[in-house]
Design a protein around this ligand. Structure first.
Ligand SMILES: Nc1ncnc2c1ncn2[C@@H]1O[C@H](COP(=O)(O)OP(=O)(O)O)[C@@H](O)[C@H]1O
Ligand SMILES: [Mg+2]
Length: 247
């Protein structure tokens, strides 16, 4: 089954949408549109009843909600209707606490032992919290922003890779269609996330002729005949719009 992202110009590039119950990676530098992509994807599903969960690890949900309120995605209403959920698992937060949303998502969530230390969470901790939300709220679309903020329990690179690939394997079993956001500046610097994900989309943001230029490029998409070109990205009142080939 194809899951439509609802992002104008994107679904056509991937045979109508993302294959369901898989894990995708959106990577790119700051300001390239990763967060917008993630929220738009969830908001689109939420409009026809698919529950979306946005996990923040770097920014507070309130900042993201404020920024996205600029668009006609209807974020606030979807949150009120509990079709769109935000949870902060960042180091500043008590794990599992839907802080700013407590007004709408009034859940006295049980704190895990992990909530005591305020360091960045490990893949295992993040997974445990996410699995609990997914089960409780019947989440179908999931975004994790960003995997770059997850702390590994080891400094050994090969063990880190194992930890990350186990994290992604576990996510694949959750029954949601997942987008991992990754902060990255080099499309050719391969990371474990890129190997383990079913699909990788790179968002470009670079200076060209004194203006910042945004573009999107599908690096891989298993089981899908897809476009490989750099496509220009613009913003309209709905959010991101992917359009013609970048000259
Ligand atoms: N109406 C808008 N509201 C908010 N941001 C906008 C708008 N139009 C364009 N933008 C651009 O979107 C950028 C934010 O994109 P974002 O999805 O947060 O990127 P990333 O998550 O990759 O850092 C802003 O820096 C801004 O340049
Ligand atoms: Mg972002």
């Amino acid at each position: 089954m194809r899951i439509r992202t609802g992002i104008e110009g994107f679904d056509e590039l991937v045979q109508g949408g993302l294959l369901s119950e898989r894990v995708y990676l959106i990577s790119g530098p700051p300001g390239s549109g990763k967060t917008t992509f993630g929220v738009q994807y969830l908001a689109h599903g939420a409009t026809f009843g698919e529950i979306g969960l946005y996990i923040t690890l770097l920014e507070s949900p309130q900042n993201i909600i404020d920024d996205m309120s600029n668009y006609s995605m209807n974020v606030i209403n979807l949150i009120k209707m509990k079709k769109l959920l935000f949870a902060d698992l960042g180091p500043r937060m008590e794990y599992g606490f839907m802080d700013e949303m407590s007004e709408y998502v009034a859940q006295d969530y049980e704190m895990s032992a992990a909530s005591i230390d305020h360091e960045a969470p490990s893949p295992a901790m993040v997974f445990r919290e996410i699995a609990a939300y997914v089960a409780e709220y019947d989440v179908k679309r999931l975004v994790i922003d960003s995997v770059s903020a997850i702390r590994f329990t080891t400094k050994d690179m090969s063990l880190q890779e194992k930890e990350m690939s186990r994290f992604i394997r576990n996510l694949k079993k959750l029954g949601c269609t997942t987008i991992l956001v990754s902060e990255m500046t080099e499309p050719s610097s391969y990371s474990t996330e890129q190997f383990a994900a079913h699909g990788v989309v790179f968002m470009h943001n670079f200076l060209y002729d004194r203006t910042m230029t945004r573009a999107l490029q599908i690096i891989k998409m298993r089981g899908t005949k897809h476009d490989c070109n750099m496509r220009s990205v613009d913003f309209n009142d709905k959010g991101l719009v992917v359009s013609n080939l970048l000259e």
